[in-house]
Design a protein around this ligand. Structure first.
Ligand code: GRF
Length: 197
């Protein structure tokens, strides 16, 4: 049973998908704490509603201390809109994962978050987008990729409609990625992640 810490900055629908999957025992882990760098966000409410410790904290050293004090094995960035420092990356190398709403390396990195990602896909005229679960490294959305899943772009899509379809896939592959981590099935060799079923 792994201890999971989730970092959020907003509504927390990805967080909710992890909470639900741990309660359903799909994931062999427990969400021990949810930390947000923005106060009053619904992600913190979701944690409280599930009896999970919810903390508003902007100082990264404090965040690391909170995670260490709770023996967190896996840190999940679920809509966390803050850059992770090299110090934090090192503390949780290959134990910190992120969900990004595109097929990395497309439409990611600086400035590509939330709806901006989907607007970028539409402006470019891409026919396929999707979501990516990856380990965190020193770059922005550049860590080793764990899982990806494609989503078709429809001719009449706007960013909101496309984002909603991608969000469903985000929830699906984030749960799968956390599940595999908790079952010790992920092996990282350089940039490549293999899944030992
Ligand atoms: C989602 O698009 C997610 O990919 C991005 O933040 C958005 C909000 O996620 N990282 P959530 O509903 O707060 O989990």
């Amino acid at each position: 049973m792994k201890n999971i810490g989730v970092l959020v900055s907003g509504g927390g629908t990805n967080l909710q998908s992890i909470i639900d999957a741990t309660k359903a025992k799909t994931i062999d882990g427990e969400v021990k704490v949810v930390i947000s760098n923005k106060d009053g966000v619904y992600g913190l409410e979701r944690a409280k509603n599930s009896g999970i410790e919810a903390i508003y904290e902007t100082d990264e050293d404090r965040v690391i201390e909170i995670l260490k004090d709770r023996n967190i094995d896996l840190v999940v960035l679920a809509g966390y809109l803050k850059i992770i420092s090299p110090k934090f990356v090192n503390e949780y190398r290959n134990k910190m994962i992120n969900i990004h709403p595109s097929l990395i390396p497309a439409f990611c990195g600086k400035g590509f978050y939330g709806q901006k990602v989907h607007q970028g896909v539409l402006d470019y005229g891409a026919k396929v987008t999707g979501a990516t679960v990856h380990f965190i490294d020193e770059g922005a959305d550049t860590g080793p990729i764990i899982i990806q899943k494609a989503v078709e772009v429809k001719d009449d899509d706007d960013a909101k409609e496309l984002g909603a379809r991608v969000l469903v896939v985000e929830h699906e592959i984030l749960v799968e990625g956390v599940k595999l981590f908790c079952e010790n099935k992920l092996k990282v060799e350089g940039r490549r992640v293999s899944i030992n079923e």
